[in-house]
Design a protein around this ligand. Sequence first.
Ligand SMILES: CC(C)(COP(=O)(O)OP(=O)(O)OC[C@H]1O[C@@H](n2cnc3c(N)ncnc32)[C@H](O)[C@@H]1OP(=O)(O)O)[C@@H](O)C(=O)NCCC(=O)NCCS
Length: 332
Amino acid sequence: MSLARPIAYLAGVGASAPEGRLTNADLERTLDTNDEWIVERTGIRERRIARRDEPLLEYTLRAARQAMERAGVTAEQIDGIIFATVTPDRRLPSAACDLQSALGAKKAWAFDLVAACPGWVYAISAAEGMMAAGLGDTILVVGAEKLSTITDFSDRSTAILFGDGAGAGILRRGAEGSDRGVLATYLGADGDLAELLYIPAGGSAEPLTPEIVQEKRHLMRMAGREVFKAAVLAMSRSTDEALRRAGLPPGSIDLLIPHQANLRIIEATAKHAGIPMEKVMVNLDQYGNTSSASIPLAVAQAEAEGRLKPGMIVMLVAFGAGFTWGSVVIRW
Ligand SMILES: CC(C)(COP(=O)(O)OP(=O)(O)OC[C@H]1O[C@@H](n2cnc3c(N)ncnc32)[C@H](O)[C@@H]1OP(=O)(O)O)[C@@H](O)C(=O)NCCC(=O)NCCS
């Protein structure tokens, strides 16, 4: 069954990241790597890294408050909170409940969503669906990570890629007859490929022990080349599929805001979609891959730079561990 869209639009987006910076030059001091290699193979120049005692909630709150301010929404008006993350401050209760309490969003339901890098894209889709089901008119959709807690800083193939950050958006029910908002969504997953990008232990199957920590099996492991190929394929297909679902012809994207994993993945996705790089938002040079925070960080920056104008067709597209992927087409 399809819905009469648009139902929901992004009324405000906010972003925040820890102050701490980790540059390629910093990594050169501890790893057998160099700035030239990292920039050429990934496009990344620096990442933000939270202090050990700086909880995810701290910078997520800043992002959420900024989104609320830009949307003109108070905590009392929020009906629900979806918090996409793979690095919550604690396992119980959810990061969403901690955020609900910190904001004083008393009437909001709240839950976490685990979908790795496409987390925010999944969360927008979930929020839109819940809105259609009558579960609210104003939903806070968060994508935030403290990936530095699951990164192996002795592994040069992953340590160079990841960073910390938070993004948030207020998704609101649109006015009757408005053509502004989410036009189409597309989500996918392939759990058969889980072990190409995963954390081997530390969950319920193999609870944390000193041995696991010693062997660093509580940290991310990745088969970079395989992930790269799968990412290009999934991001390209997701872009095509969301456009098709929106009933829009190829070439109608005004701004592509892709997951910021690797500049070469972004370039390949844009090339496949026939989009020149001038119409692609890129900020991974400053943040690296921040998983579910990556797209909202890029959306907030695009808005701050005046690159988002009313009526524009905006495509969000992401890929990540799972594997998971997804895309959202928005008339801004
Ligand atoms: C990780 C990634 C940057 C590696 O780039 P690549 O071009 O695929 O490089 P390869 O893995 O083929 O390695 C090429 C060589 O560089 C070396 N290398 C790997 N990391 C390096 C680093 N940080 N610095 C210097 N050399 C490095 C490898 O050891 C290899 O050396 P060898 O040829 O002597 O064996 C790339 O595969 C990638 O970005 N993959 C996708 C990762 C991703 O986006 N994950 C998150 C998805 S949400």
